[in-house]
Design a protein around this ligand. Structure first.
Ligand SMILES: [Zn+2]
Length: 77
């Protein structure tokens, strides 16, 4: 993706989905569902979930993971 496309995508989706939400959108829906469930579950430390996400290309920090898990982000459900 070129810079220009990325900027356009940022304008279009940046206000609606946080970095975690946009990452989940790139996954297979089943994987996205499992990661979303793991994020809000108390069974998995957030840092462990984040490491799994990073293996799949996520490059965001732990803070946004916290905010997404607490629904304190811009994602619209
Ligand atoms: Zn989010």
């Amino acid at each position: 993706m070129g810079i220009r496309d990325e900027l356009e995508a940022e304008l279009k989706f940046g206000a609606e989905r946080c970095k975690v939400g946009r990452f989940l959108d790139t996954l297979d829906p089943k994987d996205a569902e499992e990661i979303q469930a793991a994020l809000v579950s108390k069974n998995y430390p957030l840092e462990a979930v984040r490491r799994v996400m990073i293996k799949r290309g996520f490059d965001g920090g732990i803070t946004i993971c916290h905010r997404h898990a607490k629904k304190d982000c811009c994602c619209v459900d």
